[in-house]
Design a protein around this ligand. Structure first.
Ligand code: AMP
Ligand code: ZN
Length: 468
């Protein structure tokens, strides 16, 4: 599997630190409002990376934080006259609902910055002891000049950046030794949430959060660190500086960044006001359509949001679902029994679509080509699978489409909900079959219900059932 590493600027063979395991950290959102669909891009993209890794047999430890202390959260809390905690808790809950709608799996751990302050104070203390940080009147800064590798991720010309920021130092508006030094800890302002520390009552800078949470939940050296490309500089560059100076180890081996979701070729962002929230989109479309739209482009290519592209994504997804549903009808009508020899030989052709899918995904997660492979399979199913095929063969083709879609987090199978009466009726029929010693039919009904997520419990008081 090849992944593009922002740091080396090339595709590299992916070799995990521990065979069979992947440790992965994705910078999460600052929670002061509903997430917009630009924020949804890294969520969908890196959830797909995770799913593909799992498909390859890796056990993935996936950590993604919520930034729940920040100027914008405080401003929103003041605006509404409530606590910052109330704002962050509200929007974390809303974000999780959106994630569920987009079929983004919950992370193994979703740490909150405010729950990790002790770890941050500890890391800042270590940086102070090692001479990488300094305190000016309660504000602690990182001393970027002391880290000779500073800039290795973003490949920026640091001298130019320094020159651009020097004016502040000259006018004395800034107390930093160097324009590129950044805040690790800052004193509270009136009415702000704060924590006690050796330097001042205050709160951490943004960058230190991720260094600390990544270390705590994944270890000092991890496989993958990811986020949107706007995080490369300064956020990820600063994370590297903090972590490597503190731990004396390589922080992350592969750096993955998604390109922007744009509108009229400009980055969608809260500050520009040119955004749609995921919630707004969900009023018009199933969020599966949004997911399909995001995956129809390579994650490192800019993607322009438009109503036309959403419509074509909707139609494309519909085509896949229709094929799966038609195969379902064929399945119900097909003859039971083993696959014919011809069908067994044909299976090789079916498997070739998965090989093509894997080849695309192995090439730095080329989801656009992976979707093309699914469409080839759909086309094959529509044209070559018919009522002359056995159940086993039809099932195989249907399962294959569902499986490939699932790796991309797309749900291809329309799960019809059974009504309570229908369930009760089937249970009655099963009881009758059992009485008549027709155990094959009784089992068939049990399995049929199971497929729809209904489990049966035979109790002394009779048969009870529950939905999964
Ligand atoms: P924020 O809440 O602004 O820190 O953003 C959370 C995540 O969303 C980060 O990984 C950002 O890089 C990403 N992000 C924000 N806006 C966009 C956008 N328009 N396109 C793609 N990713 C974005
Ligand atoms: Zn981060």
């Amino acid at each position: 599997m090849k992944v593009y590493n922002t740091q080396s600027k090339r595709k590299e063979e992916f070799v995990p630190l521990v065979p069979g395991k992947v440790s992965m950290y994705v910078c999460g959102p600052t929670v002061y409002n509903y997430i917009h669909i630009g924020n949804a891009r890294p969520m969908i993209v890196f959830d797909t990376v995770r799913r593909y890794m799992e498909h390859k047999g890796y056990e993935v430890n996936f950590v993604s934080n919520f930034t729940d202390v920040d100027d914008k959260i405080i401003a929103k809390a003041n605006e509404e006259g409530v606590t910052s905690k109330e704002i962050s808790e509200r929007y974390i809950a809303e974000c999780k609902k959106d994630m569920e709608g987009m079929n983004v799996k919950p992370a193994t751990t979703h740490p909150l910055a405010t729950q990790e302050i002790d770890g941050m104070i500890e890391m800042i203390s270590t940086l102070m002891e090692k001479g990488y940080a300094y305190n000016v009147n309660g504000t602690v800064y990182f001393r970027t000049r002391k880290f000779s590798e500073y800039g290795k991720l973003s490949h920026k010309n640091l001298d130019d950046l320094r020159a651009g920021n020097r004016s502040l130092l000259v006018t004395g508006e800034d107390q930093k030794e160097d324009p590129l030094d950044f805040v690790l800890w800052k004193p509270k302002k009136e009415g702000e949430p704060y924590w006690e520390s050796p330097w001042s009552d205050g709160r951490p800078g943004w960058h230190i959060e991720c260094s600390v949470m990544s270390k705590k939940y994944l270890g000092e050296e991890i496989d993958i660190h990811a986020g949107g490309e706007d995080l490369i500089f300064p956020h990820h560059e600063n994370e590297i500086a903090q972590s490597e100076c503190c731990n004396g180890k390589v922080f992350a081996r592969y750096w993955l960044h998604n390109a922007f979701l744009n509108i009229d070729n400009r980055k969608m962002s809260k500050s520009l006001g040119n955004f749609f929230t995921v919630r707004e989109i969900s009023e018009k479309y199933d969020l599966q359509v949004l997911r399909f739209f995001m995956l129809s482009a390579h994650y490192r290519s800019p993607l322009n949001f438009s109503a036309e592209l959403m419509e074509s994504s909707k139609n494309a997804l519909e085509r896949i679902k229709n094929a799966v549903s038609n195969l379902g009808y064929l399945l119900d009508a097909a003859a039971a029994g083993d696959m014919t020899e011809a069908e067994q030989a044909e299976l090789a052709n079916v498997n070739a679509f998965e090989a093509k899918f894997d080849e695309a995904m192995d090439d730095d997660f080329n989801t656009a080509d992976a979707i093309a492979a699914i469409f080839e399979l759909v086309k094959y199913a529509n044209s070559s699978v018919n009522s002359g095929n056995t159940k086993a063969f039809v099932q195989n083709v249907r399962d294959e489409i569902i499986k490939l879609c699932d790796i991309l987090g797309l749900i291809a199978e329309e799960k019809e909900e059974l009504l309570d009466e229908e369930i009760e009726k089937l249970i009655e029929e099963r009881q009758a079959a059992r009485k008549a010693k027709n155990f094959a039919r009784a089992d068939e009904i049990r399995n049929q219900l199971l497929e729809k997520g209904i489990t049966l419990l035979d109790t002394r008081e009779g048969v009870k059932w529950k939905r999964a």
